[in-house]
Ligand binder design. Structure first.
Ligand SMILES: C[S@@+](CC[C@H](N)C(=O)[O-])C[C@H]1O[C@@H](n2cnc3c(N)ncnc32)[C@H](O)[C@@H]1O
Length: 241
């Protein structure tokens, strides 16, 4: 059964406060890297998989797309997004990605921000995404980096420094985490599994990015030093020929 943790009131309240006050991973690392890779979307049709509170949709609307479908499993997230964004250009769909009818040749852009680590079977999902893209269409996503979803275990190096060390990398599948509430279910996929899922769907991989902190960012957020040891996010940009 698919977990819908964002409809849990405690999780929802915690996540909303975190995301809205965000001066962190999303706003400083992930979103700038995604924007660099985005095709122009004026007059285009877009699907946002796991649209959440609608941050990405709000930003895409500035480019005057023809239509955006905002898809999410959580009714709470969608209701909040609908309160924030009232545009006839957006269709809101409450469904798990796994159950959504993607159709064929529908979208110029399928985008997904920080959602795919909740999905078990990326291979079948990416095939449906590829079929739903028009020729020349873009599939752009970010997700938690496999070195983080693997499992982190505390480790003390010979100088006495404490680091979280990656563990169980090759053992793919369900991981339960305590984040905002107990028992949040995510899925660990190796980097090769994610890339193979793109290639086996017949898509052409154009970019693979692991956004990290630079000196400017470290002045603002000294704690981002940790991301130099371990990339928190992976971004993949692919295209349908
Ligand atoms: C970390 S939030 C990201 C939201 C948004 N993309 C952003 O970057 O602000 C992950 C979103 O994925 C949604 N989600 C998780 N599992 C899902 C699934 N199986 N199908 C559809 N949406 C899912 C959650 O409800 C949540 O809104």
């Amino acid at each position: 059964m698919k977990q819908n943790i964002y409809d849990n009131p405690d999780f929802f309240a915690g996540y909303k406060a975190l995301r809205d006050g965000d001066k962190g991973l999303n706003e400083l690392l992930e979103q700038p890297a995604m924007r660099n890779l985005l095709i122009p979307v004026q007059d285009k049709t877009v699907l946002d998989m796991g649209c959440g509170l609608g941050h990405q949709i709000l930003s895409l609307l500035q480019q005057k797309p023809m239509k955006i479908t905002g898809l999410d499993i959580s009714q709470k997230m969608l209701s909040e997004a609908q309160q924030r964004i009232s545009s006839p250009k957006v269709d809101w769909v409450c469904s798990a990605l796994e159950d959504f009818d993607f159709g064929n040749n529908r979208f110029d852009l399928v985008i997904s921000s920080m959602t795919l680590h909740y999905i078990d079977d990326l291979t079948s999902l990416f095939q449906k995404v590829a079929d739903s893209l028009k020729p020349g269409g873009q599939f752009l996503f970010s997700m938690e980096h496999p070195v983080c979803t693997a499992t982190l275990k505390p480790w003390k190096d010979p100088d006495g420094e404490n680091y979280p060390l990656m563990n169980r990398y090759s053992e793919e599948g369900l991981r339960k985490q305590n984040w905002l509430v107990e028992g949040v279910e995510k899925y660990h996929h190796s980097l090769s599994t994610i890339v193979e899922a793109i290639l086996s769907a017949g898509l052409v991989l154009k970019n693979l990015k692991e956004p990290s902190s630079d000196q400017e960012l470290l002045k603002l957020r000294p704690d981002f030093q940790q991301h130099l040891h371990r990339p928190p996010i992976v971004i993949m940009n692919s295209k349908k020929n």
